[in-house]
Write a new protein. Structure first.
Lengths: 210, 210
């Protein structure tokens, strides 16, 4: 008998992130073999290679086709669009390999930007000079201009972002692998590691898919 | 006869930058051979290896020894200190392999931070995903939140910096290899590629070395 439960999948550059009735499962792309199956899987995918392969599997349904793209812009990543679709009002920060910051007002996408993820920027600093090999300080006092090296790097990567995000005077939502670290800075933010799946469900609802 | 002209040298990770009576000369570290000489050379150096070698050459005089370090902090780069010493009031942006931003009020160092240089951040983006291989757009309108990929990256690397720098309501000074590009964003900034040498001379004047 075919399962009637809803299966969502967020496909990134390195993992397949499944979501079934609130239960998440992460599988490395290298370890996941696509197989013919009856199970409908509603997905979004930023991995071009996997995206091409999935076209051969009719039970995998690309949610990008159901997004009202007039609200966004052509080259905007579907992962960013999905987290935007999860909220009606707010700034959503998705802190993964990149940190995307997107502003949504009354259900409309206002705009957004893409900063480097914490590990990418740390790696870039050490690539400039071993003297810049500092860990970020999530206890930093952002009301002061830094007077030590650790804070000098943290301020540039997290402090500038914080100041900008707070300037919109909107609720802040945090998701992605580094969200718990950023929560130390964005103390009033809502931490939600299911934001992308909520957004995917909202896309499905708007398209009468569920 | 010993030359009486003043020779300054700013030693970075990859070059020796000489300054003699307003004339600059850049020599790659790999191409420069240290030799015993009578000529006094007043230098600053962030290159640890070269710094060690220079201790064997008594005609090379390290200006770091003449800085009033109480004004700064222990691990602060001497290149940053030198540009701070060049101004009495302002925000000085040194845009090289890293972008340092330092605030000076009434001759006192208030604090500063270290962002990634333009080429380091571009490289870091492409390391995350080839989809993020965009050039920065120095014509960006920073009054709007971006709605295209090029601006989304530019805003994160340059826009956030711009907003922070302007918030100090101080004159802005630009120096370093990428200063001309940043001048497109910081339109009212003073572009000065001799800032570091001016700072070195100020350190010497305070120490009665010239």
């Amino acid at each position: 008998m075919e399962s009637t439960r809803l299966t969502l999948c967020d496909i990134g550059n390195t993992t397949f992130d499944f979501y079934r009735e609130g239960v998440k499962e992460k599988i490395a792309t290298a370890d996941y073999e696509l197989k013919k199956s009856e199970e409908k899987i509603f997905y979004i995918c930023v991995n071009e290679k996997v995206g091409q392969e999935l076209k051969n599997f009719p039970n995998w349904i690309d949610l990008k086709a159901f997004v009202d793209m007039k609200k966004y812009y052509e080259t905007m990543g579907i992962d960013r669009i999905a987290v935007c679709e999860s909220i009606e009002n707010g700034v959503v920060i998705d802190a993964g390999s990149a940190i995307t910051v997107d502003v949504v007002r009354k259900g409309a996408f206002v705009g957004g930007y893409i900063a480097l993820g914490l590990s990418a920027s740390h790696k870039a600093y050490t690539g400039i000079s071993p003297r810049l090999d500092y860990s970020y300080n999530f206890e930093i006092d952002l009301d002061k201009i830094p007077k030590n090296s650790e804070d000098a790097l943290t301020y540039a990567q997290v402090g500038l972002l914080y100041r900008d995000v707070m300037s919109y005077a909107l609720p802040v939502y945090l998701t992605g692998g580094d969200a718990p670290e950023l929560k130390n800075i964005f103390k009033d933010a809502v931490l939600d590691d299911e934001l992308i799946f909520k957004g995917m469900k909202n896309i499905m609802k708007k398209a009468d898919l569920c």
